[in-house]
Design a protein around this ligand. Sequence first.
Ligand SMILES: Cc1cc2nc3c(=O)[nH]c(=O)nc-3n(C[C@H](O)[C@H](O)[C@H](O)COP(=O)(O)OP(=O)(O)OC[C@H]3O[C@@H](n4cnc5c(N)ncnc54)[C@H](O)[C@@H]3O)c2cc1C
Length: 401
Amino acid sequence: MSRAPAIDVLVIGSGAAGLAAAVSAERAGGRVALATKTTLQANNSSKAQGGIQAAFAEDDSPEQHAEDVHRSSHGTADPALVEVLTSEARSAISWLEELGCGFTRENGGYRLARCGGASRRRLLQVGDRTGHAITKALRERHEAGEAETLAHHRLESLEPDDVGWRATFATPQGTSTVAAGAVVLASGGRCYAEAGHRGELSTNHPNATGETTRIALDAGAESRDLDALQYHPNGGAWPPTMQGYSIPETTRSYGAVLLNAEGEEFTDSLGPRDEVSQAIFDEVEAGRGVATEDGRPAVWLDTTRIPPADADVSLPYMLRRYRGSGIDPLAESILTYPVLHYQNGGLVIDTRAETTLEGVYACGEIAGGTHGRNRMMGNSLLECVVFGRRAGKAATEKATS
Ligand SMILES: Cc1cc2nc3c(=O)[nH]c(=O)nc-3n(C[C@H](O)[C@H](O)[C@H](O)COP(=O)(O)OP(=O)(O)OC[C@H]3O[C@@H](n4cnc5c(N)ncnc54)[C@H](O)[C@@H]3O)c2cc1C
C-alpha cells in the first residue's frame, strides 16, 4: 500500500532555477518544499551581472535568437529545447516583472545590449546586478508563499520510493529524509570544485560543486556534454582583489576591446565565448600577452572606450569594485584572462524539463542540451526562468495526477 507524501514537489537548490521552480510548483497547486545546501541566498545566480536575453528589439525575433544559439553552440544545442527557450523568453521577462523585477529602461523600451555571438541587441539588464535582482524577486515571492524552506540541507542521495522519490540530506542536526511525489533538481554546476582540482580561478560560488549531478547519475539519469566546461573570456587578472571576478561581457557590448601587449586588437571582442577565450589563450601562448605583477598571464581589456554615460547606467557595480581596488577602468585599461565559469552540459531533459528518470525534473545549470557545448551569455538566467517554471508546473502535475 502506498503512503501519500507529505509534500508533492521537492526542489533542490535555491538559485534562479530552483526558486522559479518552487514558485511555479506552488502556483500550480502543489505542496512544495525547497531544500538548499546552505542559505537561500547562496548561489551563482545572485552573482550574475550582465543580463538576460529576450528578443524585444524591432529587428529581432525568437527565431533569430534561436539561430544565434545554434550558431554559438556550433550546432550542438537541442533544437526542441532552444525553441522553448527562445519562444518563451518574452513571457519569462513579463513574469519576472510581475514578481517585482524592474529591468533598466530607456527611450520607452528596454535598454538592450548586444552580447557575444548575438546578431541583435537582445540583453536586458538591471544595471549590472541582473542576477541579484532576479533572484531577489523570486526569493521574496517564494518566502511570501506556503512552501517550506529546508536550509542547510545538502542532498546526499536520491532513491525511488513507493510515493515517488526519497531524498536523503546531511543537515547540522544529522541525516534527514524527505519523500515527495516529484523532485526538481536545480543545484547548479560544478565549476568551483573543478577549478579547485585544476588549481585555477573560478567565478563561481563555493556551493557550485556538482554532487547532485553525480547523485542523479547514480540513480540512473542520463547526461550529455558534461565534459564541456566554459571559460568566461574576461576574468579579472589584476589587482589580486579582482582575480576570479567576472568582468561583465557588457563592458565589450558597450565598446571595450581586447588588446595584446602591442596594443593591437587580435579577435572580435564580441564573438562567441569559446572563440574569444581561445583567442586570448593563443595570443598569450604566442608571446603577445602581458604578465601581471604576480606573474599571471593576461591581455588588456581597453575599458577606456566605454562612454561614461553607458558605464554609469550599465556598469556601476563593476566600476565600484575596480575603483575600490585602486583602478579606474574609464581612465586606464584593465588586465584580464579567461576563467572557469560554466558547465555547458548536464542532465538530459525533455521540453517539460523531465530527466530520463520519471518524476525527476532538472532545470538551470544542472541540465544539458539547451546551450549544447557552448552557451551564449544571458541565456543561462533565461534558461533558469523558462525551464524552472516548466519544471515546477510539470512536477506538480505529475505528483498530483
Ligand atoms: C559571476 C557570474 C556571472 C554570471 N553572469 C551571468 C549573466 O550575466 N547572464 C546569465 O544568463 N548567466 C550568468 N551567469 C551564469 C548563471 O548565473 C548561472 O549559470 C545560473 O544562475 C545558475 O543558476 P542555477 O539556479 O542553475 O544554479 P545556482 O544559482 O548555482 O544555484 C544552485 C543552488 O543549489 C544549491 N546546491 C548545490 N548543491 C546542493 C546540494 N547537494 N544539496 C542542496 N542544495 C545544493 C546551491 O547552494 C544553490 O543554492 C553568471 C555566473 C556567474 C558565476
